[in-house]
Ligand binder design. Structure first.
Ligand code: FE2
Length: 325
C-alpha cells in the first residue's frame, strides 16, 4: 500500500507518502506569513498554484508515479476554509481519477498519531500544542475509542501567542522559534499565570507581554512570557498525568519544536517516573506525512468515505475522531 496524504489546513501545503507505516516522502511548500499573519484567501491561492508540483515532488521522492498510489488521505479540519478546500478537492480528484479509496483525516490526530507512531509511545497523555490549538488528550474507549480532551486553552493556542508576540516585537521570521532565540539570556519578570484545573488561557499573558515591550528589555519579556506559558502547560499536564496514571507524555504539534518546553516537561515527568516522547521536528510542523500515516491506519481498519461524502470542517475537534487501531 502507498498512501498519499495532503495537508493544507493553514500556511503549509504538505504532501506525504506512507507505505506500511514507513514515510517514503514528506514534501512541502509554505506560504510566507510576513508581518501580517496568514491571509487565508492568499494562502489558498498559493496552495492551488503549487499543489501539482508538490504532489509531483513527493511522488518522485518516493520513486513512484501516480499509478502506485493505493489510498488517499486529506485534512478535513480544523483549519482555514479556503486552504482546506484545496487539499480536499485535490484528494477527491485523485481518488476519482485513480479509483482508489479516500479518507478524511483530523489535523490534530495527524499531529498526535504521527508523533505516537514515530516515537514509540504506547498509551500516552498528550500535550498537543500548535498555533491553532493547545490541548491535553488521552485515548479512552467509551463511548467509542477516541482521544478525550482532558484540558485545553479557553482562548488561543500557545503557538498563536508566540507568533503574535513575535510580530509585535518585529521579529523576523515571526515564529515561536524567533521568540525562543530572543529569550536566550533574558531575566524573569512576573507575568499573569492562568491555569484552571487542566485548562488554561493565553490572551492575558500575550496582552501583558506586548505592553511590557514598551518599557522593558525585549529579551526579558520574551523569556518571561515563554517561561510562564510553558510552566502553565507543565502544571496542567502534570495534573492530567496524575489523574490518568499515564506515565508517557507525548509532545506533539508545531510548538513541540521548542527545546525549552521539552526540557521543562522532562524535569516535571522525571519526578513521577515518567518520560517525554516526541517526534523529530519534520513531523511536528504541519506536514503531509502525518496525514498519510493516519490515513493508512484508517484505511487498514476499513475507514473510508465515498469521494462525494468527503467534506471539510473548519472546527473538526480531535475528540470527534474515531481511533480504531
Ligand atoms: Fe498543525
Amino acid at each position: 500500500m502507498a498512501v498519499i496524504g495532503i495537508e493544507s489546513s493553514a500556511h503549509t501545503l504538505g504532501v506525504g507518502i506512507a507505505d506500511k507505516g514507513k514515510v517514503l516522502a514528506n514534501e512541502k511548500m509554505m506560504y510566507d506569513v510576513g508581518t501580517t499573519g496568514i491571509i487565508p484567501a492568499k494562502a489558498a491561492e498559493q496552495h492551488i498554484e503549487n499543489i501539482g508540483s508538490v504532489i509531483g515532488a513527493a511522488l518522485s521522492k518516493a520513486g513512484m508515479d501516480k499509478s502506485g498510489i493505493t489510498g488517499i488521505g486529506y485534512t478535513k479540519g480544523p483549519g482555514l476554509g479556503p486552504c482546506l478546500r484545496v487539499g480536499q478537492l485535490a484528494a477527491k480528484t485523485l481518488s476519482m481519477e485513480l479509483k482508489v479509496p479516500i479518507v478524511p483525516v483530523n489535523h490534530a490526530i495527524g499531529h498526535i498519531e504521527v508523533a505516537r507512531h514515530v516515537s514509540g509511545a504506547k498509551d500516552p497523555i498528550v500535550l498537543y500544542v500548535s498555533g491553532g490549538n493547545s490541548q491535553i488528550l488521552g485515548i479512552i474507549n467509551e463511548p467509542f475509542r477516541h482521544y478525550h480532551v482532558f484540558g485545553e486553552t479557553f482562548d488561543i493556542g500557545v503557538g498563536n501567542m508566540l507568533d503574535s508576540f513575535a510580530r509585535a516585537a518585529k521579529l523576523n521570521p515571526a515564529w515561536g522559534s524567533s521568540v525562543a532565540k530572543l529569550a536566550e539570556g533574558g531575566k524573569y519578570i512576573q507575568m499573569p499565570y492562568t491555569v484552571k484545573g487542566m485548562d488554561f488561557t493565553f490572551t492575558g499573558l500575550l496582552t501583558n507581554a506586548v505592553k511590557m515591550l514598551e518599557a522593558n528589555d525585549p529579551r526579558d519579556v520574551a523569556y518571561s512570557m515563554q517561561e510562564t506559558a510553558f510552566a502553565m502547560l507543565c502544571e496542567a499536564i502534570e495534573r492530567a498525568m496524575l489523574l490518568t496514571k499515564k506515565r508517557e507524555v507525548l509532545l506533539s504539534g508545531g510548538v513541540a519544536q521548542s527545546k525549552r518546553l521539552k526540557e521543562m516537561l522532562e524535569i516535571m515527568t522525571a519526578t513521577h517516573n515518567g518520560a517525554v516522547y516526541a517526534a523529530p521536528n519534520e513531523f511536528n510542523a504541519d506536514n503531509g506525512a502525518m496525514i498519510a500515516i493516519v490515513a493508512e491506519k484508517m484505511l487498514d481498519t476499513g475507514m473510508q468515505k465515498k469521494p462525494e461524502d468527503c467534506d471539510i470542517n473548519q472546527k473538526y475537534r480531535a475528540d470527534a475522531a474515531e481511533i480504531r487501531w
